[in-house]
Design a protein around this ligand. Sequence first.
Ligand SMILES: [Zn+2]
Length: 317
Amino acid sequence: MKSDRRSLATGVGRTAIAWLTYPSALIGSVWLGGGLLDGGLSPAGTVACVGAAFLVLCFALERVSPETPRWDWSRLELRTDALHALLTNTIPSALFRLLFYSGLVGLADAFDQRLGSSLWPDGAPRLVQLALALLLAEAAAYAIHRGLHRSRLWPLHAVHHSSRRFYFLLAARKHPIQAFVTYGGRLSVLWVVGVPADVIALYTCLAAAASYVQHANLHLRTGVLGWVFATPELHRLHHGREPSAANCNFGDVLIVYDVLFGTRRTPPPAEALHDGLGLPDEIAVDHHYRGHLALPFVWPASAPAADTAGGASSDSS
Ligand SMILES: [Zn+2]
């Protein structure tokens, strides 16, 4: 009787984690970020705190409700992805900011002076500004991500796709050149239209939390949210081992651009992609940090192109 009650409680807890984690991450990251900003923390400090909080949360939830025990992380990849979190996710973005921030913000000021008013509706409620910033940044993110899958830049982005498992730190795995391009593209469109720093910080908090949950080894269900957001279920298809199958669901936070351009793809309801993640078998990846840095430059000429199938299949439902 006692064990029945315990298994019922476990089942209820697992169901609650499955359905509540993703929406809670979306709402919680904005709520926590807003609270820290209002409390006087700097935008950079706010982003760091919220990112760290969701990293720890995903780590803890993976211990409680993993999607697949076989996807537990390896020590080598964990060490390498920790370096990605510390180096790849900080140095390229700092470099991009150093090189381009003043020029792009100066351009925004010049627009405003020419118009005689601010291009950006900075008097609107912060959540409205966040929604607008999200739409703008995600348009850039979609275009860049799709471009990374359909061009010679694929070996750079393949570093992120090189994991055979989902786990809490995979979101941090990127080649530094890709990080420079992705960070720069998303933030440039926001800087050039004059989005305030606190709104950019909130967007970055939201994107970081969504990405950590999206790549975690968690048993999650998101239902109709998958028509607006790039949910973990949709993103898992994007990490399919066959490049032709992975040409879908390019959205980072939102899936609306995939819907708009016909690249949203959903699995049949009974299908869960438990295996088949990562890169094709013929591509051997050295999972030391130096191996990830070198991967685009030792990319085998015989490897299948990322856009083998010429785009996503259109079996969206
Ligand atoms: Zn991708």
